[in-house]
Design a protein around this ligand. Sequence first.
Ligand code: F6P
Length: 343
Amino acid sequence: MRVGLLTGGGDCPGLNAVIRAVVRKGEFQYGDDLVGFLDGWKGVLERQTMPLDVEACRGILPKGGTMLGTSRTNPYKLEGGAQQALDNLRAERIDSLIAIGGDDTLGVANKLAKEGLVCVGVPKTIDNDLEGTEVTFGFHTAVQIASDAIDRLHTTAESHDRVMVVEVMGRHAGWIATEAGIAGGAAFILIPEEPFDIEDVCARLKSRHDRGRYASIVVVAEGAVPKEGTMEVQSGETDAFGHVRLGGIGNRVAASIGEKTGFETRVTILGHIQRGGTPTAFDRILATRFGIAAIDAVHDGATGQMVALQAGQIVRIPLSEAVGSSKTVDPELYHGVAEVFFG
Ligand code: F6P
């Protein structure tokens, strides 16, 4: 069988581990011919490919990023793009395509599957906001990086009696903020799911400092939003999937905390550091399990399906169940656990 692979959307630690697993089992056990499309759907539209075999994948397991490259190209935003993608895959004699991506990349795969493409999805995103899977690979690594950063910020915050605002990724869902905040002992966590009132944040920080604590960590997801009318926020440019480029809420929150409390406040925006570098062992293992399951799904003819983790087992679910909405933070985790430590 001739199997195509692509990685789309923001990169994520563990992508190479998926590619390696697909290639290893595809070549050694199924005798497949494997081909990588470069830079996500862009490589399909432009017929940019590379041959993939076990030799080409040597040494990639611990490496972050993706050996295939990635982009946020959306064939449905280009005139005739979807038909071009289908024609090119046919011209490349692809029997089945494995698309590794988040909501956007898998959303395209889902639509193309309805137009006849034989494909299987693998869920990826550091944001952990994809429906249908308990966790996506890359998330564990991002949480580890963010909580390591928070540990470092604690010591300098304590030396200077400062409030440290840490902005982490999380466009639609505050999974990284919530879990890194719990692991790092945050005094407040702001997430997109729970619009915040800056007065409440400041009141809780003041009460904490009144109890004799002069240093606090406030973790802010980049998509966190104030309650309507309580604070001004900026909006930026949008990408091919219509997402606004975020970043900046941490600065706004830090400035307000400084003004309203009089506490010296600093801000750290972790940005793409959270997405770079070597995956944790957990992410390597999950990515490897997903890769094996994806090539098995291809050979079982499970088209239009995505591999997912449910109750510790790898299962298959329809792509349509995974895309189109975000898996948001469990309110019990936020209110029942994280909030106990606020203020
Ligand atoms: O991968 C998802 C994500 O990490 C979002 O949290 C973030 O908003 C976005 O990627 C930023 O990606 P880029 O700067 O690469 O477009």
